[in-house]
Design a protein around this ligand. Structure first.
Ligand code: ATP
Length: 240
């Protein structure tokens, strides 16, 4: 029997007033690995993540996490179900230190020992954070802030991590570092990452599977390898 997908999206529709931003989106995300959500500006990528994590109300459709309907639960409850969203820009609290930001991510978890173990894992994954634990997040570079945002999300021990444009505004070398770190996360079979990226080429180079959105609809989905090789699709929707 095929393994149950970690995330199933059925007919998901969302709107801003009269503007339909997501139109009957269907997606099946297999457990483990990283999948990319790609598409031009305004295609609906951010709206998709916001609707998956309950920040935006679905007009219609369902979101199932391991078969459980999470469509209408409040945004703050999603972490209890194992779904954590890192918004565009990361949303770290710049007045707090790196360590305090990380602690916040693990707050709702009960065991102190478990939180300490997670913190050790996170700083191993993101070595620049280890050296800066006691510094205010305001002093971090753009790439380090992104690492902190992802690290804070990992502190909650998610089963599904939604990442909105982690490379936005970063230099190519720093983008590569972030992508390499995401590749390390891919080895963790208990974690599934949904990665929204404007930079389709670099996203497809590290993901297993990709969904292409256009005007709020999934117009194509395939293995990342095949999407990269599909010239017509790349020219039409991904701009490279
Ligand atoms: P980008 O890469 O530019 O962030 P995106 O693919 O993430 O684009 P969305 O931000 O989800 O796309 O936008 C989808 C559609 O919804 C667009 O037509 C956009 O103009 C519209 N939209 C997004 N946010 C709002 C808002 N707060 N109010 C009104 N319309 C919005």
């Amino acid at each position: 029997m095929a393994e149950q997908p970690i995330l199933t999206v059925e007919g998901l529709t969302a709107a801003y007033g009269a503007v339909t931003a997501l139109n009957k989106v269907n997606m099946t995300v297999p457990r483990g690995g990283i999948c990319a959500v790609l598409g031009a500006n305004g295609a609906g990528k951010t709206t998709l993540l916001r609707t998956l994590s309950g920040l935006k109300r679905a007009e219609a459709g369902r979101v199932l996490l391991e078969g459980a309907d999470i469509t209408r639960i409040p945004a703050e409850r999603h972490v209890h179900h194992g779904l954590v969203h890192v918004p565009e820009g990361g949303g770290v609290i710049v007045e707090l230190t790196v360590e305090e930001n990380l602690r916040l991510g693990g707050l709702w978890r009960a065991g102190r020992r478990e939180r300490a173990a997670r913190m050790a894992e996170v700083v191993e994954l993101f070595p620049p954070l280890r050296e800066r634990l006691s510094r205010p997040a305001a002093t971090l570079s753009g790439g380090e802030r992104q690492m902190l945002a992802i690290g804070r999300a990992l502190m909650a021990g998610p089963r599904v991590l939604l990442l909105d444009e982690p490379s936005l505004g970063l230099a190519p070398l720093v983008t590569r570092q972030i992508m390499d770190m995401l590749l390390q996360l891919r080895a963790d079979r208990d974690l599934t990452v949904v990665l929204v990226e404007q930079n389709a080429r670099s996203a497809l180079s590290i993901t297993d599977h990709g969904f292409v959105l256009n005007q709020g609809e999934v117009v194509m989905e395939d293995s990342s390898r095949r999407l990269l090789a599909d010239d017509r699709m790349r020219h039409a929707y991904l701009g490279f």
